[in-house]
Design a protein around this ligand. Sequence first.
Ligand code: NOJ
Length: 683
Amino acid sequence: MYTEYDSIIDSLIEKMSLDEKIGQLNQITGPLKDSQIEDIKTAIRNGQVGSIILASSSTAGNDPQGHVNIELYNELQRVAVEESRLKIPMIYGRDVIHGHRTVYPIPLASAAAFNEELIEECYRDIATEAASDGIHWTFSPMLDLCHDPRWGRIIEGPGEDPYVGACMARACVKGFQGKDLKDKDSIAACAKHYIGYGASEGGRDYHRTEIADATLYNYYVPAFREAVKAGVATVMSSFNDISGVPVTGSKKHLTDILRGKLSFEGFTVSDWGAVEQLQKQGVAASRADCAKIALEAGLDLNMCDRCYIEELKDLVLNGDVSEETVNTAVKRILRVKFAIGLFDRPYRENFAYDKEKHLENSRKLALESMVLLKNDNVLPLNKESRIALMGPFTHEKRSLLGSWVLDGKENETPSLFEAMTNVLGRKNFYCQSNSRFYDDTNYIYPNADVVIMALGESNLATGENRAVSDISLSLSQRELIDKIHATGKKIVGVFFCGRPMAMEGVADKLDAVLYAWHSGSETANAVCDILFGKAVPCGKTAVTFPRKSGHIPLYYNVTSSGRPVDCYYNENPANCYLDSTPTPYYPFGYGLSYTTFKYGEIKAQNNSILLDDLKAGKNIEISIDISNTGEFDGKEIVELYIRDRVASIMRPIRELKQFKKPLIKKGETINVNFSLGYKDLGL
Ligand code: NOJ
């Protein structure tokens, strides 16, 4: 797919000086201060800039960033394509992670929707908005599976399951890149962080990882393999080391696996400053060493630390690095520049898109992402009842958008208070309209039949470099829950969170729990749709909810310890913690609806199959009848797990292999089919 222009690229490379080649491997940072513009133009004119990252700090997800500025981007591009010797356009990248102007749910929430088509559609919207602002390339999707909700970056990924990770990879890449990367509403995607970053020890960001090959191939690789299969243009290497080898300098990971086994043809980009970090990690003696190790490992574009631009020329001239290695990296970068049509269309312009439709899609995905974790006959609420709203997230807007929002606007995001006022008016709706009074219990609760508590965590407690040691709800929120619980009122807890939080001692004091996540621009409207029965909840957890931090890591797809043999989550009260039961508070794949579903008998068309038949393409066909036995039409996520009982290595007790999400009308029974083939059953 990316090799189409190779002969043109080869002749272009022949014309390039060594300096110009190394310039293509250099990504500089922006947005750019006025005072820097002339120097940058000079560098561009001299062919020293291959790419600009449109972010001004390395942790762009949590720091305020400058605004996109298409006029400036076009002006700088003009210098590249009109004033540089070989007129090679630059590629502009920005962290458009889960939305651009319109913000969609954080990826961990989207994963809970188990709806690939909808995710793809939403990421199409995101690409459209970003492309209309002159962005060519996004550093997304983030595909880091994670077992540790203390890690702030768990919000950015697909959760704990490799199959869900692969589905997210496919949906996001197809959404971003569209039918043709050259289309004006497509942008190049970047599968990151390759690889194993989610295993950072103790959930502490950037920490070391220890990943054996069996885990690497069976657990961490599948999402990236799927991204490559879906045609992802670029891959970002991760900051972490794996067993003492930083990925940025690992030929095994960047070349042997990514290029050799996965057949990736696009270019790799380092994470911010990760090339010079090799020295800090203790595997390089100098910046020159860093450049040599990374380039020879297969790292093509150097994000921001200037190691390549400052060191590679001497390395080549001294014979320490071959010019051929430089050429290979240049070629891969040019492949993507050609594939996205930069040579034909270097300038970009704003174009109109259907903002209303994007908001609608954002609301749909938010609705499908939210998970009803508990409901003791309280929800949906009757709009005529007397409802109080309180809690620290009553008036919150920014956190609802989540971390990694560079261009979405807080002031265009309704708070829960505003959304509920819209639905209920102010009659029989008790809430102080001023954020200072979010826990003015005396004012609120005496009149109410039901109290809605807006709880959660700030977006600033999540994202890059924002690990926590304790996943409990803050003490003040737990105290507030205790206070309201003591009144005997019905309580609905709405949780605006980026990670699964410890619900023990919390959920048991609430009558209903809606996990709303940080679900983007339409979070509060979607919550209202669910609270008041306009929508029926249909999300399920894509990550395990441990009872407490001390139970981390806790994930469903664990192998059997053999002691005992068959426990889901491998828990055995007899030989686990002395002080607590490490069963999940909510397991992976869990979520309630307003309606009820009855599962029939699971049937396999063929109860056994020969390996040779499987290899020859025959599948195992599985089906099940599912009836909607409740009072609402509803969508149900039907999850198909397998267990490979005897294999050459231990396999998980449960492994998700496929899922379907049909809408089943009330009273209706439908037949759901699955088909498992050789690849699904292999390891
Ligand atoms: C560092 C982060 O790890 C990465 O995800 C992001 O894309 C880059 N910074 C660029 O902002």
